[in-house]
Ligand binder design. Sequence first.
Ligand code: TRP
Length: 335
Amino acid sequence: MTSQPRVLSGMQPSADSLHLGNYLGALRPWVQRQSEQENFFFVPDLHSLTSRIEPGVLAERTRKTVAQYIAGGLDPEANVLFIQSHVPEHAELAWVLSCVTGFGEASRMTQFKDKTAKGGADQANVGLFTYPILMASDILLYKPDAVPVGDDQRQHVELTRTLAQRFNSRFGEVFKVPEASIPAAGARVYDLQNPTSKMSKSSESPAGRIEILDSDKQIAKRIKSAVTDAGTEIRFDREEKPGVSNLLDIYSSVTGRTVAEAEEEFAGKMYGHLKVAVAEAVVAEIAPVRERALELLADPAELDRILASGREKARAVAAATLGDVYSAVGFLRAG
Ligand code: TRP
């Protein structure tokens, strides 16, 4: 048994490529810490059904997401990499947890409220409503110590903790109560066209996104067309200069220099200089990840082998937890 803390996280396969925000805010930090922890990283494809996704693209996006996990540096031998729908225990535990979740409690999840605010509850499916319960199930099956997620998922991890505690006090200690680990504010990447909103796969225009699988040329083009702010001075000021601040932040993040060092480097220079330098730095970071991802995607047999081995390791853990849950709630167990 290892004494390293266990960590679990995942990113939905809802786009053809991860974007720079996913990479700098999630994948790269996972990779940087992988050797200090025992890691379970998965692709929550069941969650993707809560929004309309073409059946014809889901499998391909799932493959691309895992390929990018590995290309970004996650070691598939040392870590458990798997696909949520390959492990049936996720959906099974979600049912049990839905029976310990209050209807009002689920109704108060802000992400559900935000997502249904526009179209109204009639436009939303029940899966979107129970989404946080499935997420709690993803987490609790593996008994992780920590769950690295973006700030927008904090409330879901809170619910997970609540459900774990409630279950344990009602049925006996089965679950570990996990902590959310939220990255520092600097790890957030904003949309290039709309630099007060987070870079997101669901934003209206792709022009504000830098995608990992884009060509060097496309990446440079998007950065060169990023909106900048009034004035000419290159300085970090999130309020007055959100566009320039985002570029400085990205630059700092990919070069490892501090924002203050970056400000100094560009003092007296024009916005154009900053954009050229950011484009070069981002391409230098991303191009090798893209190349490796494309190589992996060109070898589906190898990816399948990795996923089969991840599935086996994940199921061993998940099945043991679900067995304990079924016994704890009092089901007559199959002989
Ligand atoms: N809801 C998460 C997101 O959209 C994805 C997710 C599903 C997840 N299950 C999880 C993240 C379990 C961490 C742990 O970002």
